[in-house]
Design a protein around this ligand. Structure first.
Ligand SMILES: *[C@@H]1O[C@H](CO)[C@@H](O)[C@H](O)[C@H]1NC(C)=O
Ligand SMILES: *[C@@H]1O[C@H](CO)[C@@H](O)[C@H](O)[C@H]1NC(C)=O
Ligand SMILES: [Zn+2]
Length: 497
């Protein structure tokens, strides 16, 4: 492909003993690996540098071999596997962004089997040539976005190797166009009478979400308050809503949504929780009433707005790019300050998993850090909502290890998954992030756990790759409703600590 031709690609493979079973060590927050215990070092490490242009400083790509049933994507290492953006497309996008929406006409989503190691290598090659980008994976299949101009070549490559695949979405732009239809007249009229514009029949702009939070604080001042805990790069408020009955012995639960811009179901679900508790507080279960709830429905407001007006598939925040290439954005879920810079992160600003120049370099993650530094609340749980894949994941994410109380995390996670199953009949898998998916350092859940917050989870909401990030609006209510059932299970567990 163009951007790679005429470049020198240097591959250094460090192979180490391949372990047949995942190595699980129990590490306390902050505890180092014992001197005599080898870290799980069964990755191959590829260092790729693009010498001729000097644009790519060298990206560390972790390739984890098959561990158990889980087969992570090569450099994906994400709560959902992430694509590298074609450098040229990328700078075109950046240059034209004031006038144009990114168009995904002709792009397709395919589900490809990764049951053999060799197949994943074929996919890695296609990804490096920028013919595909990767979305989600479940261990036996991976979802790939195929660029329109690459469909023939990718088809040939997969057929040549006998790799099974299905076309899941024929034309991504059509799906994007259908995803979030405008409301009808009746609904608009209803909104005007209600005092806010929020509902769960639509994905909303930030203004509607923030307007809803302010409306609740104004309507229920005895139990609800809203404040801005900081401003994004582009100056948008990072709004935090607190619900509390004021009982001084309450434990606290923190919930963030919208760290990743394109995962629209996340803010929709978190605002659904808020609405349920706020509008029904008097009749809510005591488990709910006797917790101080803290919600940030949109932790990445710039990115969220960007997905509405420019690029539906934008993931990171909107840190401005610098230098010639000027790739924008940091992956906020690689920017939190526990084991920052470790596996499954990139130091390359154009990467979708760019961790930023240092821990908490971003105003959005920094705001959360400062909030926790200054609060007197006693947090017992931290939930961060993402999509997609249907997972309930607990630490550690940075490496293949679990905290000492992993049995508690696993038990409560399983009970949460059961609640989801009984309400909405959706299957959620439960496990530690690094073990079930792949290592990714710098996530908000690891950082929360490192602060001593017992129940720290990343929830990957629906679906399992039928629509992926482009989940139609009719799924909002069922997904949020079953998730609420799991939140009730968590609340009960918090009271039992
Ligand atoms: C992954 O998804 C595929 C296709 O939907 C399914 O057949 C397979 O059983 C799934 N694998 C796991 C481990 O859930
Ligand atoms: C597709 O394959 C052909 C033949 O191998 C090659 O010449 C062409 O450059 C490829 N196209 C892309 C977009 O990679
Ligand atoms: Zn995410």
């Amino acid at each position: 492909m163009g951007s790679w031709s005429g470049t020198v690609v240097l591959l250094v493979t460090i192979s180490a003993a391949v372990l047949s079973t995942p190595l699980i060590n129990q590490l306390q927050p902050g505890q180092e690996w014992p001197q005599l215990v080898k870290q799980p070092s069964h990755e191959s490490v590829e260092v790729i540098s693009e010498k001729s242009t000097g644009e790519v400083e060298g990206e560390l790509v972790i390739v984890k071999p098959q561990v158990d049933k889980t087969e992570p994507e090569d450099e994906g290492n994400e709560d959902e596997v992430t694509p590298e953006i074609d450098f040229k497309t990328k700078s075109l996008i950046e240059g034209k962004e004031d006038t144009q929406k990114v168009d995904y006409t002709g792009a397709q989503l395919w589900k490809v089997s990764t049951q053999k190691d060799g197949w994943r290598i074929v996919l890695s090659r296609l990804r490096r040539r920028n013919l595909i980008s990767t979305w989600g994976t479940n261990g036996t299949t991976i979802d790939i976005l195929v660029q329109p101009h690459a469909i023939q070549n990718v088809t040939n490559a997969l057929k040549r190797e006998n790799i099974p695949f299905d076309v899941i979405i024929e034309d991504l732009q059509t799906r994007i166009n259908q995803e979030n239809p405008p409301l009808d007249e009746n609904e608009i009229e209803l909104q005007d009478r209600r005092g806010h514009r929020m509902n769960w029949k639509q994905y909303h702009r930030l203004e509607d979400i923030h307007g809803f939070l302010d409306y609740l604080a104004k309507t229920y001042p005895a139990i609800i308050s809203v404040k801005s805990i900081g401003k994004s790069h582009e100056g948008r408020d990072i709004k935090l809503l607190r619900i509390s009955n004021g009982n001084p012995t309450n434990k606290a639960v923190f919930i963030d949504g919208g760290i990743h811009a394109r995962e629209w179901i996340s803010p929709a679900t978190v605002t659904y929780f808020i609405n349920q508790f706020a509008e029904n507080f008097d009749v809510e279960h005591d488990d709910i009433k006797n917790i101080d709830w803290y919600f940030i429905p949109v932790l990445n407001p710039d990115g969220y707005e960007h997905t509405h007006v420019r690029d539906r598939l934008w993931r990171k925040n909107r840190r401005p790019g610098s230098g010639l290439r000027g790739c924008a954005g940091v992956d906020l879920n690689r920017n939190f300050g526990y084991r920052w810079g470790g596996k499954g992160t990139s130091n390359y600003p154009c990467s979708e998993i760019y961790r930023g120049p240092r821990a908490f370099s971003e105003p959005e993650s920094k705001a959360v850090q400062e909030f926790f530094q200054n609060t007197a609340a006693k947090f017992s749980a931290y939930l961060t909502y993402h999509s997609y894949g249907q997972y309930i994941l607990y630490p550690w994410g940075y490496d293949n290890a679990v905290p000492p109380d992993h049995n508690d995390l696993n038990d409560v996670g399983n009970n949460m998954a059961q609640a989801i199953k009984s309400v909405g009949n959706d299957n959620y898998m439960v496990g530690s992030s690094s073990n079930l998916l792949y290592p990714a350092a710098g996530g908000s859940d690891d950082w929360a756990k490192s602060l001593g917050i017992k129940y720290a989870y990343t929830i990957e909401l629906n679906d399992q790759g039928t629509y992926g990030f482009i989940l139609p609006t009719q799924y909002i209510e069922p997904v949020a409703k079953e998730s609420l059932a799991s939140l009730r299970v968590l609340a009960a567990a918090v009271h039992k600590i």
